[in-house]
Design a protein around this ligand. Structure first.
Ligand SMILES: [Zn+2]
Ligand SMILES: [Zn+2]
Length: 329
């Protein structure tokens, strides 16, 4: 999915783009792309140089040259936000893509003038009137030039950014609806969420844990903490407490290994996703079963495990952030 952001000077276009970055979008600024091209040609990217180079590229390779370049570079990225869009022609290759949205960010001219001044983006002596005059020229520059009027007219939403950053993010979020929030899970998040689902089957309420053994993105085995098959569950008959621990259950990690053993599945070199980091007893067996990476959703305080993992080269990955993410949106 592709989002494009345009707007007036000092309106907060970068901040709007940042909202999408935080949602996992790959961000490309067309003016940064142009700047990179200038540098690769050993040109100093001054305003004049960029303007001339931009016009030249558009004449030679078409209006959407920079956008096409971004699309080529972003190959594989699922969600893209493109900022510093100067005219509608630049959006030709993306306007018809599924879920495309163009946002136009604006704010009262006095507010924007104060912002660009405080950022030192304009000359010291520039007055508000001169700022307005400069901008007037940008609004309708004709073919190949900056044309903010046509962008504003074509925008799916025009957002006025005269409040806080939080307000801006909220308005942007509302403008793109669900699409802005939908983000494909990473593999780590994916398997960790599955581990959480597996853990929901556990039968001891002292701690519900789930474990998934994975190699090459394929699930080899799963386990949750529960009693020996065929014997009663803690949830039904109460715990079997010894030295302050419930010893009725087999831990999720051990059950994942047992399931693999029962089915003759090779788990050597695999990765374990487990909702809480393993206890010492489980860790010892995991290590000798050949597990090379342990991803946990919550750290179950055990320094001895960390030390031993380091010693034998088992990678310990804290995925607590991934686990806390809602499982579906
Ligand atoms: Zn129990
Ligand atoms: Zn354990």
């Amino acid at each position: 999915m592709i989002i494009a952001i345009a707007g007036t000077n000092g309106a907060g276009k970068d901040e709007a783009a940042r909202y999408f970055e935080e949602k996992g979008f790959a961000h490309y600024s067309l003016s940064d792309v142009l700047r990179d091209i200038a540098r690769s040609r050993n040109q100093d990217p001054t305003r004049e140089v960029l303007q001339e180079l931009g016009n030249m590229l558009r004449t030679e390779h078409g209006e959407a040259y920079l956008t096409n370049r971004v699309l080529k570079e972003a190959q594989g990225a699922l969600n893209i936000v493109i900022s510093s869009v100067r005219n509608l022609g630049e959006l030709e290759p993306v306007r018809t893509t599924d879920g495309f949205k163009l946002l136009f960010i604006d704010a009262p001219v006095e507010v924007r003038f104060a912002r660009v001044k405080s950022r030192g983006r304009v000359g010291e002596g520039l007055t508000l009137d001169e700022f307005i005059e400069l901008e007037r020229r940008e609004f309708n520059g004709g073919e190949g030039k900056q044309n903010l009027d046509e962008l504003r007219d074509a925008a799916d939403a025009v957002i006025t950014n005269d409040g806080s950053i939080e307000d801006l993010h909220e308005n942007v979020s509302a403008a793109v609806g669900d699409t802005g929030r939908r983000r494909r899970l990473s593999w780590d998040e994916y398997f960790m969420q599955i581990a959480r689902q597996v853990g929901s089957r556990s039968t001891c309420d002292r701690k519900r844990c789930g474990a998934v053994l994975v190699r090459d993105r394929v699930i080899l085995s799963t386990g949750y903490n529960g009693s020996i098959s065929g014997t009663p569950h803690c949830d039904d008959v109460g715990h079997m407490i010894e030295n302050g621990h419930c010893v009725r259950t087999i831990h999720a990690e051990m059950n994942a290994i047992a399931q693999a053993a029962k089915n003759g599945v090779n788990i050597n070199g695999s990765t374990l996703y487990v909702t809480a980091s393993p206890c010492w007893e489980c860790f010892k067996v995991l290590a000798n079963a050949g597990i090379r990476r342990i991803c946990f959703g919550e750290f179950y305080r055990n320094e001895r495990v960390l030390e031993a993992a380091k010693q034998i080269g088992v990678e310990m990955s804290d995925l607590s952030a991934a686990l806390n993410e809602p499982s579906s949106e």
